[in-house]
Design a binder for this molecule. Structure first.
Ligand code: C5P
Length: 319
């Protein structure tokens, strides 16, 4: 009898816990369960939420800054070009404007629907952090309109934690992977050679080396290729990371891209392990403390900005 009563109390407590998980706001991701499979908490449910801009946000966010190169006639200002040419190796400009023009004879300019803000577009930015392992975030990630992944992100075998869908994949030549149909390849160019590589990988395959061996050809939908503007990279470096690190990480760049093109942004797979290692969810720590060693990016500054954006209700950060 006593035993039955105890069982009932335990069951009632479990039910309460499950209900609390269903209804709580997921902004901090710090609950007892890493993932909240709630029917009531769809990404779109956060779309209409009005957020008052803080002075901190207003000082950084520039609404008029477009993330992408828009076509053959896209002009980059000289201060952008000067900064951009120093990112990887000694400045070798070549005919940057000519390269861009040439590229857009091979590629299409981005569709104007990219900038359509009339509907609520929900976006999941999925970084490659080992923190995703065992997270069970897969379904939640896939519930977004856009799912943004990057570099060597892997899906097969990790679906429960990282989801199955990809709509946009950020890469640079040295991190390039083949993509499935209908996925937007977003090139983050760090040097003129990266633009050449893109044209080459879709045509002659003449470029096989940058500072390492790179993919000669890439399998991806040529009509869905987008190129991040060097001006957008500089904007992130100046306004957001405020010149900490040499330039922003792929993940932080993807997050800012989403902040500019999506009405609701959920962020998954960011953050080092407990020892500060830059780990990936699909492998054992190969890159111990990579960011700290190279000083290319400032992982701590980026992470604190992500936390601040979450605290201000600009993003949902699933830790
Ligand atoms: O390692 P990789 O650059 O491919 O990871 C993609 C992005 O995910 C990084 O640029 C970074 O922003 C984020 N990341 C992270 N914590 C990790 C690993 C990656 O925040 N442990």
């Amino acid at each position: 009898m006593l035993c039955q009563r105890r069982m009932r109390v335990v069951l009632a407590l479990c039910l309460l816990l499950v209900l609390w998980q269903c209804f709580r706001a997921p902004t901090d991701g710090l609950g007892p369960f890493p993932w909240t499979p709630s029917l009531f908490d769809t990404p779109a449910a956060h779309c209409g939420a009005s957020t008052n801009s803080s002075a901190w946000f207003r000082a950084r966010y520039n609404m008029s800054m477009g993330p992408l190169l828009t076509g053959a006639a896209h002009e980059l200002s000289s201060d952008v070009v000067q900064w951009w040419l120093t990112l990887q190796g000694p400045p070798r400009g070549g005919q940057l404007q000519a390269i861009i023009q040439q590229l857009f004879t091979v590629l299409r300019a981005p569709a104007s629907s990219m900038w359509d803000t009339s509907r609520c577009r929900t976006c999941a930015v999925v970084g490659n952090s080992g923190r995703l392992k065992g997270s069970g975030h897969g379904l939640r990630i896939d519930a977004h309109d856009w799912v943004l992944r990057m570099n060597r992100a892997k899906i097969p075998g990790f679906e429960l934690d990282v989801g199955m869908r990809t709509t946009h994949h950020f890469m640079y030549p040295e991190s390039a992977v083949n993509l499935g149909p209908n996925v937007h390849l977003i090139l983050i160019p760090f040097k003129p050679l990266d633009l050449w590589w893109l044209a080459s990988a879709f045509s002659t395959g003449e470029l096989t080396h940058t500072y390492v061996r790179v993919k000669q050809f890439i399998k991806a939908d040529r009509n869905k290729v987008l190129i991040l503007s060097p001006a957008f990279l500089k904007y992130i470096h100046d306004n957001w990371t405020q010149r900490h690190g040499r330039y922003p990480s792929t993940g932080f760049t993807a997050l800012l891209f989403a902040l500019h093109l999506c009405q609701q942004v959920s962020v998954f797979g960011f953050g080092a392990d407990s020892e500060g290692n830059w780990h990936h969810y699909w492998e054992k720590n190969r890159w111990s403390g990579a960011f700290r060693r190279t000083r290319v990016h400032d992982a701590d500054v980026e992470f604190s900005i992500i936390n601040r954006l979450a605290a201000e209700g600009r993003i949902l950060f699933y830790k």
